[in-house]
Design a protein around this ligand. Structure first.
Ligand code: SER
Length: 337
């Protein structure tokens, strides 16, 4: 009998690598990865199998499902917001059609195993679309159901997939199998993430981690958004812990399938000030890009995460001071030494 495994798509990305290290440190899971290429050696030693391929490839997903008893899916593969605006059709293919393929595979596994496969989906603050900076300031901490009118293809894709996931939770029979166990879809709207290990690619919130990594590696940084552009951010280890916590909580405790989680909210200038204090030689200037500026203006200043706190005890371990002084500065300094 194959052992139950955790499948991680997009495993080579920023969240994926951090998730795999955390899961390996905790033990107790066998992990299978799927990404466009095989993972680096540092990751390969942590997992029991890896597949190189595209989530658009349904045959490959069927193969993964045939070889493994997939118990939980962390579906991290995605094309981020700024990259998505350069090629919206590709973003739609990866973020919607690809997600549908993975959902379908997980639903088939639920039916085959006779129990609900847990499907953990990182959504994003990109699902929000504030119409103006005035409204953004007036709303402040946004609740899950407010302003669900995204202006990016990525935001549209994530919002739609949240709904499709909720649909899969409700109606296994609609997928052609009346007696099947339903999928157990759970989603978190992540803020901009800041990792000490890597700089993300293709996101609009990349300026946050970008400034810190550039300063630590003595590289001048040109910030692509205005100094007053402000959104919620989070240290990547907190996001990973949230995904793992949400995956492990009993279904009965969940009152919704989509949760905000918050840690701290900062403007580009506030990050730059802190970076310059820690790295006095840092050179940061601003060359706002109109597309990124508009995207940032439409994202909320902060999120109301009361529901996640109440339902599954969410609380950030890294508020800004701790994230910066204890996690980011020591680790990025060591990385570029
Ligand atoms: N960090 C993502 C981006 O900037 C948002 O989820 O696209």
């Amino acid at each position: 009998m194959p052992k139950p495994v955790v499948l991680v798509t997009g495993a080579n990305g920023e969240i994926g690598k951090s998730l795999l290290h955390t899961v390996a440190a905790q033990g107790g899971f066998e992990v299978v990865t799927l990404d466009l290429s095989l993972p680096p050696d540092t990751i390969r030693s942590l997992v029991s199998a890896s597949y190189a391929g595209n989530i658009m490839d349904r045959y490959l997903l069927d193969q993964v499902a045939a070889h493994h008893e997939v118990d939980t899916v962390f579906h991290l593969a995605a094309l981020l917001s700024a990259r998505g605006e350069r090629d919206p059709e590709l973003a739609h293919q990866v973020n919607v059609e690809g997600t549908l393929n993975v959902l379908r595979m997980a639903q088939n596994q639920s039916a085959r195993l006779g129990r609900s496969v847990r499907f953990i989906f990182p959504s994003s603050i990109a699902v929000y679309g504030l119409p103006s900076l005035e409204e953004k300031r007036a709303v402040g901490r946004i609740r899950e159901e407010q302003w669900n009118v995204p202006i990016t293809m990525y935001g549209c894709n994530k919002l739609y997939c949240e709904h499709v996931g909720r649909y899969f939770n409700l109606y296994a029979h609609q997928m052609g199998n009346p007696s099947a166990s339903r999928l157990d879809f759970r989603s978190i709207r992540l803020p901009g993430l800041i990792s000490a290990d890597s700089v993300p690619i293709g996101g609009t919130s990349d300026f946050g981690p970008g400034m810190i990594h550039a300063a630590a590696s003595a590289t001048p940084y040109s910030c692509s958004v205005r100094p007053d552009a402000r959104i919620p951010f989070m240290a990547t280890p907190d996001a990973v812990r949230a995904l793992l916590d949400l995956a492990s909580v009993d279904r009965e405790r969940l009152t919704t399938s989509v949760y905000n989680i918050g840690a701290f909210s900062l403007s580009a200038a506030q990050i730059a000030d802190r970076v310059k204090k820690a790295f006095p030689a840092a050179r940061i200037d601003y060359e706002p890009d109109p597309v990124r500026t508009a995207i940032l203006a439409s994202w909320p200043e902060d999120v109301d995460d009361a529901r996640a706190r109440k339902d599954w005890g969410w609380e950030a371990a890294y508020p800004w001071d701790r994230a910066f002084d204890e996690y980011l500065v020591p680790n990025v300094t060591a990385k570029y030494r």
